[in-house]
Write a protein that binds this ligand. Structure first.
Ligand SMILES: *[C@@H]1O[C@H](CO)[C@@H](O)[C@H](O)[C@H]1NC(C)=O
Ligand SMILES: *[C@@H]1O[C@H](CO)[C@@H](O)[C@H](O)[C@H]1NC(C)=O
Ligand SMILES: *[C@@H]1O[C@H](CO)[C@@H](O)[C@H](O)[C@H]1NC(C)=O
Ligand SMILES: *[C@@H]1O[C@H](CO)[C@@H](O)[C@H](O)[C@H]1NC(C)=O
Ligand SMILES: *[C@@H]1O[C@H](CO)[C@@H](O)[C@H](O)[C@H]1NC(C)=O
Ligand SMILES: *[C@@H]1O[C@H](CO)[C@@H](O)[C@H](O)[C@H]1NC(C)=O
Ligand SMILES: *[C@@H]1O[C@H](CO)[C@@H](O)[C@H](O)[C@H]1NC(C)=O
Length: 502
């Protein structure tokens, strides 16, 4: 999330917005006392590089993140932090599973390190049995604890030889990813019934750390669209493989996790602001969801990017096109939609100053000083979770949705009392309930980010997202539930917010 965080901080610093009256979204919504559908899949989430450590153990290969964290004597990372040890979950995974069990979690979303399983990223170079065995132990521990494993194949850590081969800009990676997926389905699919191909491609496609390459970015952007094109192909190939060879016997489901914050029209009575919000959703979420569910990029993206590319004197559009064969392969490859959501912002038509994706979408963002902000500067806007879920539901015909991340980041604070995080979860989860009960959305599960404090990418350990505290100054890295973990335990066991007895 680091990229997003920097963008927001920069935006807040640049803005001098003065309107403060617009908090009606929070005020008009009363708390809803009701419960979630039966079998709702409550859980928490983590990712491999952020928690595992053991960066050079048992045959694991090096990744872009191992490189990025060590390059420049650690200057790429806050305080020179890195994931060499992280929460040491490679060894302490049973402690993590105990936390899940104590919270009454029904599922655990975690990611596999590709380089632990296939050290070079290329199957022809060999598979690492120690890596396979490690995740077998984790999965067995979860199953024994009654916790469904919800597995992400790719959460930003790429084997270094593939990085050096152009990473996601080189189409040959599609086959490497499919080979990796085959190993994973074969080894773990008997026990894992929920698969996510990718985590937040919207964040990693334009990020320099993904390619271990400084000054990666260019405006007007070309490479992020190529990355996205190959991610979509990779997801679809893995999905087709699962669907034909594994699903018939393993009976699992596969989706992708897309991050999407909510673009609230700045002036709800101004049609151009409402259109800007819709356009933003098509660019930020539809960019991936549309090809995977309908076989093509959103028509509005196609129209705008083809037009801009021509005006820039290019002979091809910056937004690539799927040929007929690929259209058929990608079309209809989501069993469910994954959503990571943290906050909202205002949108309005661009005055021509936005860069990157919002520049291409002809929109600009603004932030309201009347909103509350997390300690790291993200708006606390619970209404946005309901609105984003409802937009996706209406646009894509009310598909099954799993909220795969949502949470509150704070700066280092040596304590277990986290009232802001408690409020955040209470209010966001309540809005998610409203999207189900009042808008008819088919949300089937929720994973709080994160199970434990962990390495927040380039922010290192300075930002804590955990509902369980990790003491990083104690070499044993003990985990202790915060108040927010105790709150979630109650929401999980109540399955929501039952009407309090009079
Ligand atoms: C893409 O991958 C192929 C096959 O590994 C390799 O031959 C080629 O050099 C790569 N292209 C780039 C631009 O790295
Ligand atoms: C609607 O929004 C646009 C863009 O922000 C602005 O130029 C226009 O004046 C607004 N119209 C009204 C009626 O407020
Ligand atoms: C995707 O598949 C649907 C359902 O079969 C079909 O109606 C639609 O035309 C396809 N999309 C494209 C772009 O071919
Ligand atoms: C399109 O533009 C590229 C880059 O400027 C150039 O190399 C290529 O020859 C052009 N192709 C056609 C068909 O004009
Ligand atoms: C464009 O909008 C931004 C955000 O509202 C503002 O800071 C900036 O001054 C505007 N630029 C122009 C040229 O109007
Ligand atoms: C900000 O947080 C305080 C304390 O939790 C709460 O009372 C207030 O309603 C919040 N304001 C907004 C705009 O959400
Ligand atoms: C963290 O560990 C250090 C070293 O053992 C200890 O001094 C400190 O009190 C611990 N902090 C918390 C909040 O438990």
């Amino acid at each position: 999330m680091a990229y997003k965080w920097l963008v927001i901080l920069a935006t807040i610093l640049l803005l001098h917005v003065t309107y403060g009256a617009r908090i009606d979204n929070q005020q008009e919504d009363e708390f809803l006392y009701d419960t979630f559908p039966e079998g709702f899949m409550w859980g928490t989430a983590t990712s491999a590089y952020q928690i595992e450590g053991a960066w050079r153990e048992d045959g694991k290969g090096m990744t872009n993140w191992d490189f990025w964290a060590h390059e420049n004597n650690g200057a790429n990372m806050a305080n020179g932090h890195n994931g060499d040890v992280a929460c040491d979950s490679y060894h302490k995974y049973m402690e993590d599973i105990d936390l899940l069990k104590n919270m009454g979690a029904k599922s655990y979303r975690f990611s596999l390190s590709w380089a632990r399983i296939i050290p070079t990223g290329r199957i022809a170079d060999g598979i690492n049995q120690a890596g396979i065995d490690h995740y077998n132990r984790v999965i067995d521990g979860l199953v024994e604890a009654g916790v469904q494993p919800f597995v992400t194949l790719y959460h930003w850590d790429l084997p270094m030889p593939l990085v050096q081969n152009g990473a996601w800009l080189n189409e040959t990676i599609v086959d490497h990813f499919t080979d990796y997926a085959r190993v994973v389905f074969r080894e773990y699919g008997d026990r894992v019934k929920f698969w996510l191909s990718f985590n937040e491609p919207h964040v990693f496609c334009p990020s320099e750390w993904q390619y271990a390459q400084h000054d990666f970015f260019q405006d007007p952007p070309v490479k992020p669209y190529i990355c996205a094109h190959n991610i979509i192909k990779s997801h679809a190939k893995a999905y087709r493989l699962y669907d034909s060879e594994f699903k018939p016997s393993q009976e699992g489901k596969m989706g992708i996790t897309l991050n999407c914050d909510w673009p609230e029209p700045k002036d709800l009575n101004n049609a151009t602001h409402v259109e800007a919000s819709d356009r933003s959703m098509h660019f930020h979420y539809g960019w991936w969801a549309n090809p995977l569910s309908r076989g093509e990029y959103p028509p509005i993206m196609r129209e705008i990017l083809d037009e801009k590319s021509a005006a820039e004197g290019r002979n091809t559009s910056r937004l690539p096109t799927f040929d007929a064969e690929w259209t058929e392969i990608i079309n209809g490859t989501l069993d469910f939609f994954g959503l990571n959501h943290y906050f909202s912002y205002y949108v309005l038509p661009s005055n021509g100053t936005s860069t990157w994706l919002d520049g291409d979408a002809n929109i600009q963002q603004e932030y309201d000083p009347a909103w509350n902000y997390t300690a790291v500067g993200w708006p606390v806007t619970p209404f946005g979770l309901r609105k984003v879920i409802t937009w996706i539901s209406k646009e894509y015909g009310f598909p099954p949705i799993y909220v795969t991340e949502n949470g509150y980041g704070s700066y280092e604070r040596d304590g277990l009392d986290d009232p802001e995080r408690v409020d955040y979860y209470t209010n966001y989860i309540n809005q998610m309930l409203k999207s189900i009960k009042m808008d008819g959305s088919d949300v089937k599960g929720y994973a709080a980010w994160s199970l434990i404090d962990n390495l927040e990418w380039v922010s290192g350990y300075t930002v804590r997202f955990g509902v369980n505290y990790v003491n990083f100054t104690d070499p044993n890295l003990p985990r202790t539930p915060k108040q927010s973990a105790i709150l979630l335990k109650k929401i999980f066991s109540d399955n929501g917010f039952p009407q309090p007895s009079p």
